[in-house]
Design a protein. Structure first.
Length: 474
């Protein structure tokens, strides 16, 4: 029996699918019409790798500070007994430093490195191809999985290979070629799209990165040696990690494989795949309607074609238009030219800077204890719905400028207010004055829901003093 370690890379921000995907809640945590989120689908895909000869040692998840509790929650919702460790990258430094962290964390294992924001139609195809690679993998050998191109696409990387066997020998990589070059590559019928899945031994990677980038190895190694274990999370040392060069696996090692005596192989995944890099890719997930329209939500149309329309909270009517992307969420409405979607990423960067220090920018906000939704805001007051998950609790806190009125709408709340502790049930309420030290605890087995009305001279998420927090927030 041999041990394998799936490594799930979970740090992307999904800018091209804004406003469905936001900086606080990117596309990997969305269901996009399916039962499970893309991140959860990736975990379930990883679990298919086990058989009588190969066992999963653990699953390593590399994410960041902002997403740590979303990752934890979505794992818990799967109700699986999988063993996992969550490593928090101090800063995104691309895939080469991330894979170095994973290899140091699991130094004697076979790694299956996967992005968590891609769509695969068939888990069986992934499992069969990955198991074949795991069976054949040797020292100084790296396997890549790829899919046969379905057309010319300049947004993907191309793997060129030799031979007609199932296990193909890689001859070269071409990252995001021009249309003419991509067309020529595809015409030769000896290529795959690179789907970003690497299968290799951890010692193979560590030996390779020591040679190809001493900077990455030394800084990431130092960062790992100085790591701190924090409840559910592992925090590598920030000061060392941010000194590592920001580079990809492809650039640092794969493109220099021959120089290092590495053997590169590829196996074709026989399934539909998409990196969901733009709204056009949603055709893979959401069923196309008449006249090539993709609709999700309460959509009314007349005389339209070639539209992608998604409505999350309101009715959307579209009349006599074509070639548009229209996305409605509680916070934003996007209307974009379907043939010029590259503008979305640039636009998101622009508004991210505008909203960077504004904690009130989004109406639905996720917290370690659950989430809240802003229902209405006006001069001098704000109405929220709080959902506190089982065993979740807010920090012990106070506010200088605002008062809070709480009404329990579901579940049982344990309230701590100054030096008193009491219990509130459905339809009961309480009042928290400015300056009161207070917290809410959900000791129940189901979600606790509270309607909160804030009043005062200043209504802001920045008006908070924390005295104690089980999640380590300051």
């Amino acid at each position: 029996m041999s041990w394998i370690t799936p490594v799930i890379l979970c740090g992307g921000n999904g800018k091209r699918l804004w406003p469905l995907s936001t900086p606080d809640y990117p596309k990997q945590f969305l269901t996009l019409g399916k039962k499970f989120t893309l991140f959860q689908q990736t975990i379930k895909r990883a679990l298919t790798l086990e058989n009588e000869k190969m066992k999963i040692k653990e699953i390593l998840i590399l994410t960041n500070e902002s997403y740590r509790f979303i990752v934890l929650d979505q794992i818990e919702l799967l109700k699986t007994n999988l063993k996992f460790r969550i490593i928090l990258e101090p800063e995104s430094r691309n895939t080469a430093p991330a894979l170095t962290l994973a290899s140091l964390a699991s130094p004697n294992s076979r790694l299956v490195v996967m992005p968590c924001d891609h769509y695969f139609k068939s888990n069986n195809s992934f499992s069969n191809s990955a198991k074949q690679a795991l069976k054949e993998i040797k020292k100084n050998n790296i396997f890549l999985l790829g899919v046969k191109p379905s057309g010319v696409n300049t947004s993907y990387g191309y793997i060129q290979y030799e031979g007609k066997n199932e296990i193909k020998e890689i001859s070269s990589f071409i990252e995001k070629p021009s249309f003419a070059v991509a067309e020529k590559i595809i015409s030769q019928n000896m290529c795959l799209w690179n789907v970003g899945i690497f299968i290799l031994r951890s010692d193979t990677w560590l030996d390779a990165i020591k040679v190809s980038s001493k900077n990455i190895f030394s800084n990431v190694n130092r960062s790992w040696q100085r790591k701190v274990n924090d409840n559910w999370f592992i925090r590598p040392d920030r000061k060392s990690y941010i000194r590592a060069t920001n580079n990809s696996v492809d650039y640092v090692v794969l493109e220099k494989a021959n120089e290092q005596g590495l053997k590169l192989n590829a196996i074709q995944l026989k399934t539909s795949w998409s990196d969901l890099g733009d709204y056009g890719a949603l055709n893979n997930i959401i069923k196309t309607k008449a006249k090539n329209n993709v609709f999700k939500g309460a959509i009314n149309e007349l005389g339209t074609r070639d539209l992608t329309v998604i409505a999350e909270s309101r009715n959307v009517s579209v009349l006599g238009v074509k070639d548009l992307i229209i996305i409605e969420t509680k916070d934003d409405v996007l209307v974009a030219d379907k043939n010029n979607t590259s503008l979305i990423k640039n636009f998101v960067t622009k508004i991210k800077n505008q909203r960077k220090n504004n904690q009130d920018a989004y109406s639905i906000v996720f917290r370690p204890w659950g989430m809240y939704e802003v229902i209405h805001k006006d001069q001098g007051y704000l109405v929220k719905k709080l959902i506190i998950k089982s065993k979740g609790e807010l920090s012990l806190q106070s506010h200088a400028k605002r008062n809070e009125h709480w009404i329990i709408t579901k579940g049982v709340a344990t309230i701590k207010k100054n030096n008193k502790t009491y219990v509130l049930k459905k339809d009961e309420s309480t009042y928290i004055a400015a300056g009161d030290k207070h917290k809410i605890i959900n000791k129940g087995k189901t979600d606790l829901e509270i309607l909160e009305v804030q009043t005062g001279s200043k209504i802001s998420e920045n008006d908070i003093i924390r005295y104690d927090d089980i999640y380590g927030r300051k």
